[in-house]
Design a protein. Structure first.
Length: 97
């Protein structure tokens, strides 16, 4: 894996309610969303001003057979905080509280 200085990667499993912590979820279950789509994550990241770079052909290493894609954004704070914010915005978009 090539690391990009000053960047972080957000994978859909990072905020997926159906995934366990062991399988990649990094936010609390109550803060996560069901089956987040790459497009939702990209839209929310753009809305939050994170200047996302979408790579839809990538697979999360722990579930390499699923081509979930990933979003590369500027690293401005902790990954878990950014992931919580993205999940919260997706919930609002979907109309959940």
């Amino acid at each position: 894996m090539v690391r990009k200085k000053g960047k972080m990667i957000i994978w859909p499993p990072n905020i997926d309610q159906s995934k366990s912590r062991r399988n990649g979820r990094i936010v609390p279950k109550r803060a996560s969303v069901k089956n987040p789509k790459l497009s939702e994550i990209a839209d929310v990241a753009q809305k939050l001003g994170l200047n996302p770079e979408v790579e839809s052909d990538k697979s999360y290493p722990k579930s390499w057979w699923e081509h979930s894609g990933r979003i590369i954004i500027a690293k401005e704070t902790k990954k878990s905080e950014v992931a919580k914010q993205i999940a919260k915005e997706i919930k609002e978009l979907r109309g959940h509280s």
